[in-house]
Ligand binder design. Structure first.
Ligand code: AKG
Ligand code: FE2
Length: 324
């Protein structure tokens, strides 16, 4: 893991830029700021830009920037809808957008959190055991973000505003030297189906009970691909399966899951920590925790990033960074 600890002066420089951007408009347009992101990011402290350029060039798995300001915070919202309605944590959103724009291009999903580009990750009441980031009492299993889609992010960026129980984010990669060749060979073939996760499916449809995974749209692909010595990875136990009748592929999913769990590392984010997770090189998840619903629960802001925004434009058939 690579880490950069910002100095108080660097933090203040970033805060001043964020305040300038927020001060331009009484109702800031977050998507509009994302459009300007890469230009605004040129004004971030040199050491931060240098660090992120290195992360990008090296394809580093995990990078943490510590010491960011998250602004004045209201109580942790009860769910993302409450955050969206009130603009809770706007300062933190812009910190995240600007810093992340020095690494890659922000984008969002029409099907997720109402098409917002910056997401809220906080425990949702009634969603304690869901398979989404709003879960709490149930661990969020190791996954590639948006595993089903060819335009899934190159990075997931998470900025922590609160983490009172020091709940860990979990991370794991595939080290080709550690796994048997025949197993890797199965993972490297188009023998796996990938489905949209529950955050992309309207709650009404899920509650209606007619939403079996296999009735969802899916894509077929490999779990391991890319440079053989440093393979890329596509995996989400809860939202994938083997193609019909392929027992060796089904077994490979289960062995792969055990391998990832056994080799996972934990990163505990503190307020003001921003982690950039390479969504091709590592899978991520979260340990379980017990929310207190006291306004001080764990709360992250999340942003998806892609190296080449044209892939999104081509998919959309328009210059929109909201995919769908
Ligand atoms: O809460 C965390 O640490 C990770 C959550 C997650 O997987 C996500 O927001 O994509
Ligand atoms: Fe995730």
């Amino acid at each position: 893991m690579d880490r950069l600890v910002l100095t108080p002066d660097e933090r203040d420089e970033i805060t001043a830029l964020v305040e300038e951007v927020l001060g331009r408009d009484s109702t800031p347009d977050v998507l509009g700021i994302a459009e300007e992101g890469t230009v605004l990011a040129e004004r971030l402290p040199h050491r931060l830009r240098d660090f992120l350029a290195g992360i990008r060039a090296d394809e580093s798995e995990i990078a943490v920037i510590s010491g960011l300001s998250v602004g004045d915070l209201p109580p942790t919202p009860v769910d993302w809808r409450a955050a969206a309605a009130t603009g809770a944590g706007r300062h933190a959103e812009i910190v995240l957008l600007l810093c992340a724009s020095a690494l890659a291009e922000p984008f969002g999903w029409a099907s997720q959190q109402d098409g917002r580009i910056v997401h809220d990750v906080c425990p949702g009441r009634g969603q304690e055991s869901s398979f989404t980031s709003a879960s709490s009492r149930l661990a969020l299993s190791l996954h590639t973000e948006d595993v089903f889609h060819p335009c899934r992010g190159d990075y997931v960026a998470l900025l922590c505003t609160r983490n009172p129980e020091q709940t860990a984010t979990t991370l794991a990669r595939l080290d080709a030297r550690e796994v048997p060749e025949d197993f890797l060979a199965v993972l490297s073939e188009d023998r796996f189906r990938f489905y949209p996760d529950d955050s992309h499916v309207p709650a009404e449809r899920r509650q209606a009970g007619d939403d079996r995974l296999t009735s969802r749209y899916h894509t077929v692909g490999k779990v391991a691909f890319g440079p053989p010595d440093r393979p890329y990875l596509r995996f989400d136990l809860d939202f994938m399966d083997a193609v019909e009748g392929d027992e060796d592929a089904a077994k490979a999913i289960s062995v792969m899951h055990d391998y990832l769990v056994a080799s996972a590392q934990e990163v505990v984010l503190a307020p003001g920590d921003l982690v950039m997770i390479d969504n091709y090189r590592v899978v991520h998840g979260r340990n379980p925790f017990a929310p207190r619903w006291d306004g001080n629960d764990r709360w992250l802001k999340r942003l998806n990033l892609i190296r080449d925004i044209r892939r999104i434009y081509l998919h959309n058939g328009s210059r929109s960074r909201i995919l769908g």
